[in-house]
Design a protein around this ligand. Structure first.
Ligand SMILES: Nc1nc2c(c(=O)[nH]1)N[C@H]1C(S)=C(S)[C@@H](COP(=O)(O)O)O[C@H]1N2
Ligand SMILES: [Mo]
Length: 317
């Protein structure tokens, strides 16, 4: 099944509706939310958000021929999330409304020909967007399947023109404890992740700018996040503000916050348990099903070669 393309997304609401009516609907929506009209308000409010988003016209993007299939329904996939900047509950979609994804400046620096600073919208406009359905396996032994829109990280690496000394890519999320209440907690903020250059230039590594055929909702890590579907979900860093090309392996948020439990590589492997639980199977969110976990989350044909000669490393923690 492909993403259901609702033609409505192609016409910004602001253009289709007289300005006054648009504004009235917005205040109605706010009032509706306050009254607890929860069932209709979310879809309406995401349409209004899409209208305010200058990149909205780019969605839905062309569907991938390779990465397609059934996916977790939107009301399930966007209501069970990890985004510690907004708290440790799975219901962060409520608190993540505090995120302001526009304006958003993205920095590309480190070992590059010339550092770049640009708006996320500018970058998104320059990149070839595509829809890909990817499985997502959290280290907490649950999974879902998400219809992302994005572009291969490799395209960004090419655009950044890294120097030959660059061996790793380091990603950093915003730091704003005023906006993100979770950042007032004891963790090693900001959230940092990293990949080797070989991983970053593998076709599977996706820079995600949308989900479910429209721009990313806050809870998914708007306006731009990473998804590496062969690795545990925590590698897929959300709401990125800085991408640095570096010579040394970056120290990640989870290596700092939970040493001994989470490593740099974090490739999915059912045979290597987490220190506190088995990784042999996973709960499929929204279905009540438990299924066996696959090596590299089932993406071995695309990525297994990346790890030849690295057998001495802790590749699966
Ligand atoms: N900045 C940031 N990125 C993050 C996280 C986070 O807390 N903060 N959580 C990670 C974890 S543990 C998972 S499972 C996925 C969840 O992504 P999803 O909510 O889009 O399914 O985001 C990852 N990226
Ligand atoms: Mo996770």
């Amino acid at each position: 099944m492909h993403v259901i393309h609702r033609k409505g997304w192609e016409i910004p609401e602001r253009e289709a509706t007289p300005e006054q009516l648009f504004l009235n609907r917005r205040s109605l929506l706010k009032a509706g939310a306050a009254l607890g009209a929860g069932t209709i308000a979310p879809s309406l409010s995401s349409r209004v958000m899409a209208a305010e988003d200058p990149a909205a016209g780019l969605y839905p993007a062309k569907a991938s021929d390779v990465f397609k299939g059934a996916f977790t329904p939107e009301d399930v996939g966007s209501r069970y999330n990890n985004f510690y900047e907004f708290g440790m509950s799975k219901k962060v979609y409520v608190t993540a409304e505090a995120l302001k994804p526009r304006p958003w400046t993205l920095k590309i620096d480190g070992l590059v020909e010339k550092p770049i600073e640009m708006s996320a919208d500018e970058l998104i406009k320059r990149m070839p967007l595509e829809e890909r359905v990817y499985r997502h396996r959290c280290v907490e032994a649950w999974s879902m399947t998400l219809p992302w829109t994005g572009f291969p990280l490799k395209k960004l690496v090419d655009y950044a023109r890294p120097l030959s000394g660059a061996k790793y890519v380091r990603f950093e999320t915003f730091l704003d404890p005023k906006m993100a209440s979770g950042q007032r907690s004891f963790f090693a903020w900001p959230y940092v992740e990293g990949l080797t250059m070989a991983e970053a230039t593998n076709d599977l590594a996706l820079m995600v700018t949308g989900a479910y055929g429209k721009p990313l909702a806050n809870v998914f890590g708007a306006p731009i996040r990473l998804h590496t579907p062969w690795k545990y979900g925590f590698k897929s860093i959300k709401s990125i503000t800085k991408i640095s090309f570096v010579a040394e392996r970056p120290k990640t948020f989870w290596e700092e916050s939970g040493p001994g439990e989470y490593g740099f590589w974090a490739n999915v492997n059912p045979q290597v348990p987490h220190p506190r639980w088995s990784q042999a199977s996973e709960e499929v969110i929204g279905t009540g099903e438990r299924k066996p976990t696959q090596l590299f989350n089932g993406y071995g044909e695309f990525v297994a070669d990346l790890y030849k000669g690295l057998e001495g490393e802790k590749l699966y923690i």
